[in-house]
Write a protein that binds this ligand. Structure first.
Ligand code: NAI
Length: 330
């Protein structure tokens, strides 16, 4: 039996993790979940929101499924999510955004894959208070990290029969940092003559995405633009409740939804488990359990297609009712 690290998270995390574990169990696949707690709840007992045992568990098991963990805004500890990605060198954040049958949205036929650099940029968290009225954040872009994320995006395109990789920057203004990302993309692109190249500035991308998203295929972006644009793309396909993601490194991979811990609906049995479920489906494919992955995905599609969904998608089912419907359709 395969052992996989499970981080239940906080906010809606425990509710959606429970749903996903139940669905996987009902599919017949046996997984030995190595449950690891992290975040504000463990600080008092262990002195850190990301204890070494969590990292060790992922290093040992190589794969983790992770529900969201809250980060205090403006003060308090550094994001567990950012620390986790950095500590395990999970350099690629892969966020496919595709319409789901049954979920009504403004556009049909959206099929965009956001490939976000996951280790540097303004997310490096290098900030200082210059004086009482001035604060400074430093944006780090390196050739090494830019090269491996661009290569990851092109390799992904080749493996998945995608036609184009479009690089997104603001290199007209940040000529050095985003300029380096763009130059690196151009160098890497030379090795992939069969994949179409495209360059776009991030502000124009946002406008084009909300007007005509079907023109985009694979997008590769530095960390912060990737963060923002992937939420925008989630909105195009029906919202954060269905947007899946994965953090991939050389040695380990952590599968997690795009969304956060949604404190506004915590504990109300309202959260949509789909984003975590689709992240888990990708995880199953990653470990070679394609049959179970397909079965679970089919059951999810059947459920949504029959109009059964949670409130964020316009339905009236609770988290547990929606979970039970998926299980019935397995
Ligand atoms: P959020 O993604 O948690 O919520 C934004 C909106 O989407 C809320 O109205 C929420 O109710 C809704 N939503 C999100 N997921 C949903 C789901 N599965 N079903 C139904 N509705 C859903 O973003 P927010 O409020 O900005 O962040 C809350 C906390 O989460 C913060 O502490 C943030 O740092 C953290 N966060 C953690 C992430 C992670 O663990 N990877 C990623 C993003 C944010």
């Amino acid at each position: 039996m395969r052992t996989i690290t499970l981080i239940n998270g906080d906010g809606i995390g425990p509710e959606i993790s429970e749903a996903v574990v139940k669905i996987i169990e009902a599919s017949g696949l046996k997984i030995d979940w190595d449950v690891q707690t992290a975040g504000s709840d463990v600080i008092e007992a262990e002195g850190t929101p990301l204890p070494e045992r969590v990292l060790n568990s992922i290093k040992k098991n190589k794969i983790a499924l992770k529900a969201p963990v809250t980060t205090p805004i403006g003060k308090g500890f550094r994001s567990v999510n950012v620390q986790l990605r950095k500590s395990l060198d999970l350099f690629a954040n892969l966020r496919p955004c595709k319409n789901l049958a049954g979920v009504k949205t403004r556009f049909d036929g959206v099929d965009i894959v956001v490939v976000r650099e996951n280790t540097e940029d303004l997310y490096a968290g290098i900030e200082r208070q210059v004086d009482e009225d001035t604060a400074e954040s430093i944006k780090i872009i390196t050739r090494k990290a830019s090269e491996r994320i661009c290569r990851f995006a092109f390799d992904y395109a080749v493996k998945n029969n995608r036609g184009e990789v479009c690089v997104v920057t603001k290199a007209n203004i940040m000529k050095l940092s985003d300029g380096l990302f763009l130059d690196t993309y151009r160098e890497v692109a030379k090795d992939y003559p069969n994949i179409n190249q495209r360059e776009i500035l991030v502000d124009n991308l946002c406008m084009q995405l909300v007007q005509n998203p079907k023109q985009f295929d694979v997008l590769v972006l530095p960390n912060l633009y990737g963060d923002i644009v992937s939420d925008l793309c989630a909105g195009l396909i029906g919202g954060l409740g269905i947007a899946q993601g994965a953090n991939i490194g050389e040695d380990c991979a952590v599968f997690e939804p795009v969304h956060g811990s949604a404190p506004d609906i915590k504990g109300q049995n309202k959260a949509n488990p789909t984003a975590l479920l689709l992240s888990a489906v990708e995880m199953l494919r990653y470990i070679g359990e394609n049959g179970y992955a397909a079965r679970i995905e089919e059951a999810l599609h059947k459920t949504l297609n029959s109009g059964k969904m949670t409130a964020d998608l316009g339905g009236n089912l609770s988290t547990t009712e929606f979970t039970d419907e998926i299980i019935k359709n397995l």
